[in-house]
Design a protein around this ligand. Structure first.
Ligand code: G3P
Ligand code: CA
Length: 269
């Protein structure tokens, strides 16, 4: 509940707005992040990619194709080129029932722009995507966070959480700054999710939590993670019955495209 000051307390359920309020507005746009705040999400989730000229931008895919009117790899385009693209019209076309004229022509934001826009009024749950194709991504991320005073001695603990599917990327960040809370992401494709005590102990050497796809885990999995002392944040949980089940099993928060639904559910608990 809202009574807990410490964002990282295991008693606090974190509502993480996956790519912003991406069930309602074009993902990874300022508008989607604003809506997430309005829906009382605890965190804005931001996926990072890096442009040809070394700017960190908020985008899920390594390619421009799905969420803009551009094509090709992010890493082959400069920020100036990406800024000319429309990051909203695809949503109107894909979801006519949710379309809004205002979404047309929305721009791809840089990480710096997002942090400038929301400052200390939001918490950020940031993912290093494809770090193996973006050398220097981690250093750039920490420099940007420092410039906005979102990490370091004046920042509130938990203001920023960094997540990745790459343990190497998280370990690099941990070596640069061991104070930043990190969450390691796991993905179980067709198999039932399993995790060993040994794996959890290894994760605990650098991270405070684990994230996994909610549809391949069970109560025993969640409780094993929780007993090890790690937080557990399943993704991407969009339906209320699934949200309820995750909470019942012991999840300490979750990623959702519908922060409004989770806010509503938590109000009733
Ligand atoms: O970061 C948690 C979840 O977002 C991982 O999946 O592909 O949506 O980044 P993805
Ligand atoms: Ca993500």
């Amino acid at each position: 509940g809202k009574g807990h000051k410490d964002l990282l307390s295991p008693d606090r359920i974190l509502n993480v707005a996956h790519r912003g309020a991406s069930g309602h507005a074009p993902e990874h746009t300022i508008v989607a992040y604003q809506l997430a705040k309005k829906m009382k999400a605890d965190y804005i989730e931001i996926d990072l990619q890096m442009t040809k000229d070394g700017h960190l931008i908020a985008m899920h895919d390594e390619t421009l194709d799905r969420t803009t009117n551009g094509t090709g790899l992010v890493k082959d385009h400069t920020l100036a080129e990406i800024k000319r693209l429309d990051a909203g019209s695809w949503f109107n076309e894909a979801y006519p029932d949710k379309a809004k004229p205002d979404y047309k022509g929305l721009k791809v934001p840089t990480l710096d722009e997002v942090l400038h826009h929301f400052g200390h009024s939001a918490n950020y749950y940031i993912e290093t995507k494809a770090p193996e194709i973006y050398p220097g991504m981690e250093e750039k991320l920490l420099k940007t966070l420092e410039a906005h005073r979102l990490i370091g001695k004046h920042a509130k603990r938990g203001k920023v959480i960094i997540q990745s599917f790459s343990p190497e990327s998280l370990k690099k960040i941990h070596a640069l700054n061991p104070e930043i809370p990190l969450v390691t992401l796991l993905w179980y494709e067709n198999e039932q999710g399993h995790i060993t005590k040994r794996e959890l102990d290894e994760i605990k050497t650098y991270a405070i939590g684990v994230g996994a796809n909610f549809d391949r885990i069970d109560r025993a999995y969640v409780q094993k993670v929780r007993k090890s002392g790690l937080l557990f944040h399943p993704y991407t949980v969009n339906e209320k019955p699934d949200m309820k089940r995750m909470l019942d099993w012991g999840a300490t928060g979750m990623f959702t495209n519908y922060a409004d639904r989770l806010t509503d559910l938590l109000k009733k608990n």
